[in-house]
Design a protein around this ligand. Structure first.
Ligand SMILES: *Cc1c(COP(=O)(O)O)cnc(C)c1O
Length: 355
């Protein structure tokens, strides 16, 4: 049976990414050696890293003065690397969920942290909008897409101080104005590549300003200087990321991707709103294009497990909601075809008819 992969991460990748990577594992660029067995210092591989960084810059229209890095450690290591490199005295954080919280917790090890606003009391069902960013903060940190709760900041925020964003689960899903950000980071395993590589887009001039000593591996300047090759980089995930970026370019870039993502999300949210069995879990204006959360309506809540079983039998994979939200979460990342959303909607409609 055909399976539709709605996993929240690691998650669906373009079939071109998977197929090209399989081929490279057998024979990397005609070298006669497999991708997992080559030296990362050969020129053919150096080109992979350089091409991936160049495509980041091209697809996101990154202005001059920024570096693109491919590191290890996941987005979670960035929770500490960001304040290590940028926090001298004080940083501001917007608390929109578990990941935002974890980022904030690490920053407290390095200085004063101001939580400008939080939607914790409402189980993070909306993005706070009325808050003041302290103008004496070293930076303001946001999580643009809240993977667990299905909320998303849809616009690039105007911040009076350096804006730092965790874009783990919505990078390349919509056009962004990189110039508004000082630093953007994310784990690649949601929209780009298999787990193991973390991307960082950083404005060079922000670095070297804090007074503390920074361990070599945690200093962004090390990785800028060595082009993400100070130590052995995550060779295979970077190769896979390059394939995803090439695919993205071939379909028309981030602008076309955004169109498709809006279309997929609109279809599914319309069904959630129409279907008598289901309801959405978040404020309508903050609904994520990437993680679509829904639960059974109160009078049908006993059907939760039945629907899960029904949908699973029809080939839907990974739709169980996070334990802190319950119900269902369909992750509709870039590589998820519209056909998958249509199959899920068909499931919801068929289930509705029999109840
Ligand atoms: C998945 C996720 C993370 C954690 O990423 P790791 O690479 O596992 O550390 C952080 N932030 C957001 C928004 C995420 O979706």
């Amino acid at each position: 049976m055909k399976k539709y992969n709605f996993n929240a991460g690691p998650s669906v990748l373009p079939k071109e990414t998977v197929e090209n990577t399989i081929e490279a594992i057998r024979d990397f660029e005609g070298t006669g050696i497999g991708l997992m067995e080559i030296s990362h210092r050969i020129k053919e591989y150096e080109k992979v890293v350089a091409d991936a960084a160049a495509l980041f810059k091209e697809l996101l229209h990154i202005p001059e003065g920024y570096s693109v890095l491919f590191l290890g450690g996941g987005a979670s290591l960035q929770f500490c690397m960001v304040p290590f490199n940028l926090l001298e005295k004080k940083a501001a954080y917007l608390n929109t969920g578990v990941w935002a919280n974890k980022a904030q917790k690490e920053a407290k090890l390095f200085g004063e942290v101001i939580e400008v606003a939080s939607s914790k009391d409402a189980n993070y069902t909306f993005i706070p909008k009325k808050y003041t960013i302290p103008t004496d903060a070293d930076y303001f940190h946001i999580t643009t897409n809240n993977t667990i709760y299905g909320t998303e900041i849809h616009e690039d925020i105007d911040s009076p101080v350096t804006l730092v964003a965790d874009m783990s689960s919505d990078i390349f899903s919509r056009p962004i104005d990189v110039a508004k950000y000082g630093l953007i980071y994310g784990g690649a395993q949601k929209n780009l590549a298999p787990a193991g590589v973390t991307f960082v887009i950083v404005k060079d001039e922000l670095l070297g300003k804090v007074s503390r000593a920074i361990p070599t591996m945690l200093d962004y300047r090390t990785h800028i200087k060595y082009g993400s090759m100070f130590n052995t980089p995550p060779v295979l995930p970077i190769y896979a990321a390059l394939q995803t970026l090439k695919w993205l370019k071939s379909i028309g870039g981030v602008e076309e991707m955004y169109k498709r993502n809006k279309e997929k999300a609109a279809l599914l949210y319309a069904e959630i709103d129409r279907n008598k069995l289901f309801k959405g879990t978040t404020a309508v204006e903050d609904r994520s294009l990437m993680n679509i959360c829904f639960v059974m309506n109160e009078e049908y809540k006993d059907l939760n497990d039945d629907f899960y079983k029904f949908a699973t039998e029809k080939g839907m994979v990974g739709i169980k909601g996070h334990r802190s939200v319950g119900g269902f979460r369909a992750s509709t990342y870039n590589a998820l075809p519209k056909e998958a959303v249509e199959a899920l909607i068909a499931c919801m409609q068929e289930f509705e008819k029999s109840h």
